[in-house]
Design a protein around this ligand. Structure first.
Ligand SMILES: Cc1cc2nc3c(=O)[nH]c(=O)nc-3n(C[C@H](O)[C@H](O)[C@H](O)COP(=O)(O)OP(=O)(O)OC[C@H]3O[C@@H](n4cnc5c(N)ncnc54)[C@H](O)[C@@H]3O)c2cc1C
Length: 457
């Protein structure tokens, strides 16, 4: 059977009774309007629960209907930037600051799921970062050294030791650590939607914001005028905000198999179910769903920075072929559905989180790579929307400021094109960039010190 182009999470959603909400069809007023209901926008809205404010959430699709609801649902602090890469860029304090963003995002999601009993195929799954060949083994060791430096626990497996952990001899070693989970991110977003509605947050789906004028955002059928406006939207047009220019995207593909039998499960994961990814530049990643289906993702160099979704199975079929070479006992396993997804990201892979200086009521959370990053940043924007003098994390505005400098300057994008320059800047940020001792990091340090001093008074 040929593999079908269909998002598996939508297939799981069709089996539930989650309601689709009607669009905004009138002009209303609110204290806060949030644009975009992915992980970031939903987290921002959650931050306003119980604050006695009228909050409206506008989503052009359904909640989680874009990137969040296409994702593989690995809840791990690892994203496009590994800990060793953050350390190289920012030193120990900076890496700890940024790892805190990701780990607290993971914890926030876990707590919300558990506290509110959300049904979203939540799985406790240790992470296994798998090295390929000699360079992969070195990358694994570097990750272990970085984790030790920051005081984290992990287990290092040599190629020999990996035999009892994963049913493949293709990997040169691995690092394992806990505190990571798997989730059906679309059901999670829909669970958040239900929870927000129960807490009097107004949500309109199928409501794309097309215009912003002063405090008013307008869709094609209605508008919301609000004291605070928070954009957590993806793939924005520059006519809505010039910050849209900070963001491009990277494409990856996912597939889901038929359920594995007990024998295959035990051969593949003889020592517990892990969420795994490898050390390739365009890495492959896989984990088991609660239904024993295998979720497998990956991509290739040529299509990572494509302008649009590639609705062809060519790339994922290659990923599946390579995967089966590593796990020969799964040779006959059929993959039933696949889908592409484009993750918004900035040139240096850190998000843009900003308040317009001339319009401090207008907030942007853009280019978050990873559900945990989006969750933290949405919450951050909500906490800083009103009196934020009690917050002690203003320094994240410095890390995530929109006017950061990049290896290839922006004017070259006009000549060479955004796609090419973005890919070079992404690669540079990941493998070479050093931000320590730049004026930007000195500014972050000053901000931190001022916050600490204020806090210790
Ligand atoms: C295939 C794939 C696999 C991934 N796997 C993982 C993974 O395993 N783990 C992980 O942590 N991350 C993963 N990611 C990345 C992760 O999904 C994103 O980083 C995260 O979802 C970003 O959340 P967000 O809220 O910032 O953006 P989004 O989820 O894109 O939310 C933005 C929302 O804004 C809406 N919107 C846009 N414009 C407007 C407008 N004008 N008006 C109203 N609404 C608007 C969109 O419809 C969308 O719902 C993956 C992504 C993809 C595509």
């Amino acid at each position: 059977m040929p593999i079908k182009l269909q998002n598996w999470w939508f297939t799981t959603l069709l089996g539930t009774e989650e309601a689709i909400l009607p669009p905004l069809e009138k002009d209303i007023e609110a204290d806060v309007v949030i644009v975009g209901a992915g992980a970031a926008g939903l987290s921002a809205a959650y931050g306003f629960i119980g604050k006695g404010l009228k909050v409206v959430l506008l989503e052009k699709n359904i909640c989680g209907g874009d990137t969040s609801g296409k994702s593989a649902g690995f809840l791990t602090p690892d994203s496009e930037l590994e800990l060793s890469q953050l350390l190289r860029r920012f030193g120990i304090t900076g890496a700890a600051d940024l790892w805190h963003v990701a780990t607290s995002g993971v914890e926030m999601m876990k707590e919300r799921i558990q506290k509110h009993g959300m049904e979203c195929d939540f799985q406790v799954q240790d992470s296994l970062y798998l090295g390929l060949e000699k360079s992969g083994w070195e990358a694994v060791q570097e990750e272990v050294a970085s984790r030790k430096l920051l005081g984290f626990d992990q287990i290092l497996y040599t190629k020999e030791q990996l035999k009892g952990i994963i049913g493949s001899d293709a990997y040169s070693g691995a690092v394992r650590y806990a505190g990571t989970y798997g989730v059906d991110a679309l059901l999670f977003c829909q669970g958040m939607k239900k929870l927000l509605l129960e807490n009097s947050i107004q949500i309109y789906e199928s409501s794309e914001v097309e215009k912003i004028e002063d405090h008013k955002v307008s869709t094609h059928l209605g508008s919301v005028k609000a004291g605070q406006v928070i954009f957590c939207a993806d793939k924005l047009q520059t006519q809505l905000t010039h910050f849209a220019n900070n963001v491009y995207h990277a494409q990856t593909f996912l597939s889901v198999s038929e359920p594995l039998g007990d024998k295959e499960l035990n051969q593949m994961f003889p020592n517990g179910r892990f969420q795994c990814w490898d050390s390739d530049v365009v890495y492959s990643y896989f984990r088991l769903l609660g239904t024993d289906r295998l979720l497998l993702g990956g991509g290739d160099m040529r299509t990572t920075f494509s302008a649009n979704d590639l609705n062809s199975s060519r790339v994922i079929e290659h990923v599946i072929k390579k995967f089966k070479e590593k796990f020969p006992m799964l040779q006959d396993l059929e993959f039933v559905q696949y889908w592409p997804g484009r993750i918004d990201c900035t040139r240096d892979l850190l998000p843009t989180v900003a308040r317009e200086e001339s319009q401090p009521w207008l907030h942007f959370v853009l280019g978050c790579v990873g559900l945990p990053w989006a969750t933290f940043c949405g919450d951050f924007a909500a906490r800083h929307a009103y009196d934020d003098s009690a917050c002690d994390d203003h320094h994240y505005y410095e890390y995530f400021r929109p006017d950061r400098e990049f290896f290839v300057p922006l004017w070259l994008e006009k000549i060479l094109g955004k796609q090419l320059v973005f890919s070079i800047n992404n690669g540079w940020a990941k493998y070479y960039q050093k931000d320590v001792n730049t004026e930007a990091t000195r500014q972050i340090t000053r901000r931190r010190e001022a916050e600490n001093a204020r806090h210790n008074q």
